[in-house]
Design a protein around this ligand. Structure first.
Ligand SMILES: NC(=O)C1=CN([C@@H]2O[C@H](COP(=O)(O)OP(=O)(O)OC[C@H]3O[C@@H](n4cnc5c(N)ncnc54)[C@H](OP(=O)(O)O)[C@@H]3O)[C@@H](O)[C@H]2O)C=CC1
Ligand SMILES: CC(=O)N[C@@H](CCC(=O)OP(=O)(O)O)C(=O)O
Length: 348
């Protein structure tokens, strides 16, 4: 099959750069356009010196790209800025496949979007068209989609652990506590006080406690699995490492045992190339998936009767964004789902 011509919006950011890293070695992809905002006009090698071996297009403003010549666009722009840019790209080329890594098209309910993002959605028709890009649960819809809203890094980690359990009614969906930790690349490459080495390097900080915008996204999808609206508890933390994410979910059992939970997860992911259920006694850790598109999930019995702890881990820049987006692109183009994504974790 000939190579697909790919553009990356926000290529000077972390998710955009990981999309470049993976697509540069993808057997069916050719990177033909890279965009930036403040870094427009620079070469990719100036912005990311680790790409010294690649011959990449220069970073340009998104308006300067001829979108009609592209097959797919990856979008790594800040949430809120994405919707109008994607609408313009699709107007220029209605056939282009869009893999959005931002939050702009993930929430289906327009009032929930307005409530959590502070403004009315500015591309409502596209919001209605977008398919939620959690590959393992929306494969069929993704295959025929034009616009895929790839889930956030925290929702991907939490949902892969919890959706099969909610679907099988093994847990009480009204009693879920998700305690999540993310490396600092989760906050993007822009300068921010809380990600300075001096403030993030030697501490563990909770943030957006009880108010994080990923809570409604997680609730939306657990609600779909359970068949009823749910409210979850979600607390994210910033942890002193560059990449990686770990979610510890505390659940109440619905007459099931922790072994039943593990069996349900094993069954759900038996044929999945990237989701691995750890055997009893093995605890997932971020080092097992760092730099890879894999997810590791483990189940442990709680000392409290009728409760269990489900631990899931992924790399926020791979399965948590660019990797999952490429997995979805592979489906949309009828390519092997694992193409370009079979790297093993960089351990230690
Ligand atoms: N980091 C992560 O782990 C994850 C991030 N996401 C989401 O993906 C998106 C990208 O995240 P990330 O890569 O970390 O972000 P970064 O801050 O690292 O990069 C943002 C990119 O967007 C460009 N940009 C910023 N503002 C504008 C604008 N107004 N118009 C055009 N381009 C603009 C920047 O250009 P320049 O640098 O030139 O100014 C840069 O290329 C976000 O929506 C984020 O929430 C999703 C999952 C995981
Ligand atoms: C550590 C950190 O700051 N993480 C980001 C989540 C990154 C992400 O997935 O955000 P999107 O929903 O925009 O894609 C945050 O908490 O906002």
């Amino acid at each position: 099959m000939s190579s697909k011509k790919i553009g990356i919006l926000g290529a000077s950011g972390y998710t955009g750069a990981d999309a470049v890293r993976l697509l540069a070695r993808h057997p069916n992809a050719e990177i033909v356009a890279l965009t930036a905002n403040t870094h427009a006009g620079k070469s990719m090698g100036d912005v990311f010196p680790h790409f010294f071996m690649l011959d990449l297009p220069k970073l340009v403003e998104w308006e300067k790209v001829d979108w009609s010549k592209l097959d797919a666009v990856f979008c790594g722009l800040p949430h809120g800025t994405t919707q109008e840019i994607i609408a313009a790209v699709l107007k220029a080329n209605p056939k282009i496949k869009v893999l959005d890594m931002s939050a702009d098209f993930r929430l289906r309910d327009k009032s929930t979007y307005a409530q959590w993002y502070g403004h009315e959605h500015r591309a409502l028709e596209l919001q209605g068209e977008a398919v939620y890009g959690l590959t393992e649960f929306y494969r069929e819809k993704i295959t025929s989609a034009r616009l895929v809203a790839c889930p956030g890094c925290y929702p991907t980690a939490a949902l892969l652990a919890l959706v099969p359990l909610a679907k099988a009614k093994l847990i009480d969906v009204d009693d879920i506590v998700i305690d999540a930790k993310s490396g600092v690349t989760g906050a993007g490459r822009g300068l921010k006080q809380n990600t300075l080495f001096s403030e993030a390097g030697e501490g563990l900080s909770p943030y957006s406690v009880g108010t994080h915008r990923h809570a409604p996204e997680i609730e939306q999808e657990i609600g779909v699995a359970a068949g009823s609206a749910v409210t979850i508890n979600f607390t994210p933390h910033l942890i002193p490492m560059a990449r990686g994410e770990l979610c510890t979910s505390y659940v109440k059992l619905n007459g099931a045992t922790p072994d039943d939970l593990r069996s349900a997860l094993e069954q759900a992911y038996a044929n999945e190339p990237f989701v691995h259920v750890a055997r009893k006694g093995v605890l997932p850790q971020t080092q097992n998936v760092r730099g890879s598109n894999y997810v590791q999930i483990g189940v442990v019995a709680d000392r409290i009767k009728n409760r269990a702890i489900v631990i899931s881990t992924l790399d926020n820049l791979v399965k948590g964004s660019a990797g999952q987006a490429i997995q979805n692109m592979n489906l949309m183009f009828g390519l092997p789902e694992t193409a370009g994504l079979e790297q093993i974790a960089l351990f230690p």
